[in-house]
Design a protein around this ligand. Structure first.
Ligand SMILES: [Zn+2]
Length: 335
């Protein structure tokens, strides 16, 4: 990406092992993330350009001499953050804060260098032609980001849920909340083709209105009180304002949309007066992959339905454009 709206496909040197704990993974599928659209809107023009992409699955091509758990030819899922999986933060399930960790940024490509390969990569018993590839790719970020929102919120069979946002993360949050047993899931979104998938994933109600009207409608659906949990999957201030508008007394707002603001209401009228908890953050997806992988492998969930377009590497710029124009919900990249 060379600046807002300016995505190019270029030849760059192949990734190579740089540390004995590295692996090189050939990318079988990658994708464009909603968060990639933020720089697509705002990145200042640059002569240098930045590589893009943080979600991928693929095949191990090379391993460093210290890599113990992987072999060439293994099919692997890469979380969007790399981590050692051994430090105290990783052991607490906070892999995005790993003391040695960091974030991938070169996955919209043919191959990726993976630091801390033993800690980072999770093997999956599938071949490159598996029909499960789209759903496996969602374990790299989008589905587990939705899952994280639900986990941080404490979603369970006794909690009512509002999901704000009908993008791929919001729909994933619906599916995750359903999986965790929620019986009442209100999805706030205004694109019917997307909210239809939300209903398929488990949403019981859809509220298309936004702002004060949207808040009023969610409250009306819930006897005036709002829902126990709110999964905010957008990141704009307007979504946060809706979140504290629809959360029930004593409830939890869990944010996984990357906030595009640093200051927000937290006082008596928004959070404090009604004992509201605010939580959320970058999903430590590495902590969740092993737990959720069997549900994908055994077909109990199909989170890969969020992908509605597939492009080759040459068409990645068109993929950004299509997602930005909301012509595509989420774009799969097949190098
Ligand atoms: Zn760690």
């Amino acid at each position: 990406m060379y600046g807002a709206g300016d995505v190019r496909v270029e030849n760059v040197p192949d990734p190579t092992l740089q540390a004995p704990t590295d692996a090189v993974v050939r990318v079988v599928r990658a994708c464009v993330c909603g968060s990639d659209l933020h720089p697509f809107h705002t990145m200042p023009a640059s002569a240098q350009g930045s590589p893009m992409g943080h979600e991928f699955i693929g095949v191990v091509e090379e391993i460093g001499s210290d890599v113990a758990t992987l072999q060439r030819g293994d099919f692997v899922i890469a979380p969007f953050a790399y981590s050692d999986n051994t430090c105290e933060f990783c052991r607490e399930g906070l892999h995005t804060s790993c003391r040695q960790g960091g974030f991938f940024s070169t996955a919209q490509a043919e191959a990726v260098r993976v630091p801390l390969a033993d800690g980072t990569l999770v093997k999956a018993p599938v071949g490159e032609d598996s029909a499960l590839l789209p759903s496996l790719l969602t374990l790299s970020d989008v589905f587990l980001t939705g899952h994280h929102a639900a986990v941080r919120a404490g979603v369970n069979p006794r909690t009512t849920v509002t999901v704000i946002g009908d993008g791929a993360v919001g729909l994933s949050a619906v599916l995750a909340a359903k999986r965790l047993g929620a019986e009442r899931i209100v999805l706030m979104g205004r694109h019917k083709d997307r909210t239809d998938l939300g209903r398929e994933f488990g949403a019981t109600d859809v509220v298309a209105e936004r702002g004060e009207k949207g808040i009023a409608n969610v409250r009306e659906l819930t006897g005036g009180d709002g829902t126990h949990t709110v999964l905010e999957c957008v990141g704009y201030m307007s979504a946060y304002e809706m979140a504290y508008g629809v959360v029930r007394v004593g409830g939890v707002i869990s944010r996984v949309g990357v906030p595009q603001y640093e200051e927000a209401p937290i006082g008596f009228g928004s959070l404090f007066g009604r004992n509201i908890t605010l939580t959320g953050g970058p999903a430590p997806v590495r902590a969740y992959i092993e737990e959720l992988l069997p549900d994908v492998l055994e077909g109990r969930i199909e989170p890969g339905k969020v992908f509605d377009r597939t492009v080759g590497l040459d068409a990645v710029p068109e993929g950004y454009r299509a997602m930005d124009a909301r012509e595509a919900l989420k774009v799969l990249v097949q190098p």
